[in-house]
Design a protein around this ligand. Structure first.
Ligand code: SF4
Length: 225
């Protein structure tokens, strides 16, 4: 700011009745505007055309997440697959269809459908050839998931598959041992179950998933009461 501009600014303050400028208690005119409240749109804006990890060059679309932004229940998967990468939406392929069926028919039948929940992944970009996510990619992307969960503040989070479960629960235990019970993480009740893509290959695990969904339904009812 030039000397002339500073003088003008001070004259303006004088004209509106401000006679002293203190560094201890800034006047409302000088105070910084309060920062905007966090929203999912802001998080998406921050991600932008993300180049924060080595998955950026090979992805088609960033798959941010979709669903009810006030959801009581959030599903977290591992990473987008090929269909998701093409469409920019989570769980839209065959595994997605199965997930929709599971949600619509087993948690609170007649009350809760896929439109009521929010669905996202640990990673927002597809790893080449659907390989496992690598630690540096998770480290780069995980803050976005944490922010999403902090905004939505679901009552229950369901991890789909080993990778999501081990990451959210900070555990190296197998999915078979992690599933079937609740954990408390950052004020949320977190449960893990098998990934729908695994269920397509191993339909004999449907019974366990059904049991996990029933537990979620009961937990939601308990938390609402
Ligand atoms: S996976 Fe996450 S951190 Fe990596 S480029 Fe995509 S949005 Fe960015």
């Amino acid at each position: 700011m030039s000397r002339e501009e500073i003088v003008k600014q001070l004259e303006f303050f004088r004209d509106i009745g401000i006679t002293s400028l203190s560094t201890e208690e800034p006047s409302p005119l000088m105070a910084k505007p309060a920062s905007s409240p966090e929203t999912l749109s802001l998080i998406r804006e921050d991600i932008g055309d993300c180049q924060r990890c080595k998955l950026a060059p090979t992805r088609i679309n960033i798959v941010f997440g979709s669903g009810n932004i006030n959801a009581e229940l959030v599903f977290v998967g591992e990473a987008p697959g090929s269909d998701e990468d093409e469409q920019g939406l989570p769980f839209v392929g065959r595994a997605g269809e199965l997930l929709t069926k599971i949600i619509d028919t087993s948690i609170e039948p007649g009350r809760l459908t896929r439109a009521d929940v929010y669905i996202c992944n640990i990673l927002k970009c597809r790893p080449p050839n659907n390989r496992n996510p690598e630690p540096d990619e998770v480290q780069a992307c995980n803050p976005f998931l944490k922010r999403q969960l902090a905004v939505i503040r679901p009552k229950v989070v369901c991890c789909l598959g080993k990778f999501a479960a081990q990451n959210l629960l900070q555990s190296e235990v197998t999915i078979s041992k992690l599933r079937g019970r609740f954990f408390d993480v950052d004020g949320m009740r977190v449960i893990a179950t098998f990934h729908p893509a695994y269920l397509l290959r191993s339909p004999d695990k449907k019974r366990e998933v059904w049991e996990d969904m029933k537990m979620i339904g009961a937990e939601l009812q308990r938390l609402r009461s």
